[in-house]
Design a protein around this ligand. Structure first.
Ligand code: CMC
Length: 377
């Protein structure tokens, strides 16, 4: 009888956290005790990042100081921009993002984890991340790279850096998306960052690890895949037959449904759905929204009985599309949102536990073997 392992580290707790609380049965999610939808409705990305990184919501002075630090760090060194530009144009957007962070890590030698350095570096990383993701979009679209200008908020500065313009409702939606995707306890990407940080490597290397893990289709790509389903369906009239032929008959999974933790609707869905509705302005966007709504109803009717409900990625792609982003950017937008959460987790881990993450594997290969010379094999 072999010893037990935990495949996928399922049900293994590797840290305590004061950051994100998830109740998967009742569909509740909170950051440091605050309901995520309330934060998305009433707060800004900067305020919530401050909350996650420093433990409480900021007052005006703290917020302004934080915002100024973050937005003054949007200048990327030339070697980072030229490295990003030198990659093949067809590169995956996340590959460009991970390469940029990896390039920035070349500046780090023997990083010292302490409150002062962690605070300064986190603010720098948030500013640089905005610039990296905006320029990823611009490079892939064949536009000139820019040093983003500081506008009223992080979300506004980001949309302006990408598109050269923004409007109030889009800025609010971008802000809400950044907040809702900011943290989700320790999924694969955050865990990858924790493993790196636990070796006392630097913060940029930890973020690079997280992005490389986020890139995998089992993690970051669901919003993109859910949206592809809507594109494939084409018109609301096709929803029933598409669902029957592509999901029910081949017993396939509907993307944007189901979750390892939630047995009910993903709580973040509520806000994404509201923005997906209010931002649908063109006929094409309204059409996609109608397809999504019909498909969601079918999904809930067929899978709700098993505790399989709509997850946040079902509607977030619609919002990203309505904001003007192409499909290939969806996972990078998720990544940009997640940076604050990852930083907060690695700081929390190093400051409170600082234990090298080094699990074991149970050897089940052959016993002692006699070496055979190559000519005799
Ligand atoms: N559509 C239809 N049936 C499903 C789905 C789905 N999306 N997800 C799970 N099921 C069924 C599954 O077939 C199984 O049925 P049965 O017991 O009859 O064999 C039952 O539900 C339990 O499935 P499971 O594989 O044990 O569930 P899991 O917790 O391992 O899966 C999941 C979680 C997210 C991998 C899965 O729901 C899935 O593949 N969903 C589609 C992809 C998707 O939307 N991914 C984004 C997830 S959110 C990411 C995040 O926020 O971290």
């Amino acid at each position: 009888m072999s010893e037990a392992i935990s495949p996928g580290l399922e049900n293994v707790n590797i840290k305590y956290t004061e950051l994100t609380y998830i109740d998967g049965i009742n569909g509740i999610m909170r950051y440091r005790g605050y309901d995520v939808n309330e934060l998305a409705a009433r707060s800004s990305f900067e305020e919530v990042s401050y909350l996650m990184l420093f433990g409480k919501l900021p007052n005006y002075d703290q917020l302004n100081e934080f915002k100024n630090h973050v937005l003054s760090n949007m200048v990327l060194p030339d070697y980072v921009l030229s490295t990003m530009k030198s990659l093949p144009k067809k590169s995956d957007a996340l590959a460009i993002m991970q390469t940029a962070f990896s390039a920035l890590s070349s500046n780090e030698n023997n990083y010292q984890w302490n409150k002062e350095n962690d605070k300064k570096t986190s603010m720098a990383i948030l500013g640089q991340a905005l610039s990296i993701v905006a320029n990823t979009y611009r490079i892939k679209e064949g536009l000139d790279t820019v040093t983003p200008e500081a506008h009223g908020s992080y979300a506004e500065s980001f949309l302006n850096a990408c598109f050269g313009e923004s409007d109030k409702e889009k800025v609010r939606a971008m802000d809400a998306a950044l907040i809702l995707y900011m943290d989700h306890e320790i999924p694969a990407s955050t865990t990858a960052a924790l493993v790196t940080a636990s070796t006392l490597s630097d913060m940029y290397s930890s973020i690079t690890s997280a992005i490389t893990a986020l890139r995998g289709p089992l993690h970051g790509g669901a919003a993109e895949s859910a949206f592809k389903q809507f594109l494939e369906i084409k018109t609301p009239d096709n929803v029933d037959s598409w669902f029957q032929k592509n999901i029910i008959e081949p017993r396939k999974r509907l993307v944007g449904f189901g979750h390892r933790v939630y047995r009910t609707f993903d709580p973040r869905l509520k806000t994404f759905k509201e923005y997906a509705r209010s931002l649908a302005r063109t006929q094409e966007q309204k059409n996609l929204l109608e397809i999504a709504t019909k498909l969601e109803n079918l999904g809930v009717k067929n899978f709700g009985g098993k505790g399989i409900y709509t997850n946040t990625d079902f509607y977030s792609g619609l919002v990203f599309n309505e904001l003007g982003f192409p499909l290939y950017m969806f996972t990078s937008l998720f990544g940009l949102s997640r940076i604050s959460g990852i930083l907060a987790h690695i700081i929390e881990y190093v400051e409170t536990q600082e234990r090298l993450i080094r699990p074991r594997a149970i050897y089940n290969g052959p016993g002692s073997m006699e070496y055979i010379e190559i000519e005799k094999r």
